[in-house]
Design a protein around this ligand. Structure first.
Ligand code: GUN
Length: 293
């Protein structure tokens, strides 16, 4: 079994990007600039946005963090988004989710200029992605594709089971892996709450992508020997031996499944660092106008 070290791979990619930024600076070009909008004080969102800004700093990007109180109205947030669309110094930006309940996330995503939508959440980017046109790919699925590519994992003709059908992970992941692309050409099954025999579907998979949000849900008996296991889950398990009172575990029972898999991503240190690094990759693409000329 080999561990897919997302933390190390993400660091390598950020190093590559750091060199790209140095070259841009030497040539007097514009340094990529990511802005992040954070509404309210959700601790997980604060921590994610903090790491996004830190990664920007690490690679030499400019970054702007815009914090707004929970009480911001939808109209005010749309005005902020409209200003970011017009701001020529900003190459790409994200509005961290979840948003407070009084704000319609879909309305906000629609207001983001697709050219600056480095999260790939605007329906224009999702649609272009589904059609196989140049688009900003959502960060987690893109991070997984890069992992599979850099670890030379064969995907063509493989049976892949994606567990979970969210708009930001399961659904785009299943579309991308089924497409005719370098990392793709899989026969994809999406497993969800209405699937008749979840275990049987997973047992047949050469590649398993788990994105359900249930701690240690995927057990060793569900996994075909030699399968590639990608764990997107980030779940808190109470652990009084830890200072913070919990530890992070994935959707996969790592200790046992790793005995049977050919490749596996750990949690933490697997998909997570690749997700944030994807956003950095997209911001560089935006600054270079690679997706929209
Ligand atoms: N909340 C959880 N994941 C994400 C993400 O990738 N982007 C944004 N904007 N919000 C999130």
């Amino acid at each position: 079994m080999a561990v897919i070290d997302g933390k190390a791979l993400a660091a390598t990619i950020r190093e590559e990007i750091t060199h790209e930024v140095e070259k841009i600076k030497e040539l007097g070009g514009k340094v990529p600039h990511l802005a992040a909008v954070l509404v309210g004080d959700n601790p997980a969102s604060q921590s994610y946005v903090k790491s996004k800004v830190k990664y920007c700093d690490d690679v030499g990007f400019e970054s702007t963090l815009i914090k707004k109180d929970e009480s911001i109205t939808q109209q005010e947030l749309i005005e902020l988004v409209t200003d970011l669309n017009k701001d020529e110094t900003v190459d790409g930006y994200i509005v961290q989710l979840p948003l407070p309940r009084h704000i319609d996330q879909e309305v906000v995503n629609l207001a983001i200029d697709p050219k600056k939508d480095v999260d790939g959440f605007n329906p224009m980017n999702f649609g272009r992605m589904a059609l196989g046109l140049p688009a900003y790919l959502p960060a987690t699925p893109q991070g997984i594709l890069v992992m599979l590519e850099r670890y030379n994992i064969e995907t063509s003709g493989k049976k892949c089971v994606v567990i979970g059908r969210s708009n930001i992970v399961g659904m785009p992941m299943s579309i991308l892996l089924s497409q005719k692309r370098d990392v793709g050409n899989c026969t994809v099954t999406i497993v969800h709450s209405r699937t008749k025999d979840v275990e049987q579907e997973i047992k047949e998979a050469d590649i398993v992508v788990a994105a359900i949000g249930r701690a240690n849900y995927i057990t060793e008996d569900m996994i075909k020997p030699g399968a590639v296991v990608i764990d997107v889950g980030v779940n808190r398990l109470e652990d009084p031996t830890r200072k913070r009172g919990y530890r992070l575990v994935g959707d996969v029972d790592y200790a046992n499944v790793s005995q049977k898999a050919s490749f596996i991503t750990p949690v933490p240190g697997g998909v997570g660092p690749m997700t944030v690094t994807s956003l950095i990759m997209n911001t560089l693409k935006s600054a270079r106008k690679e997706i929209y000329k």
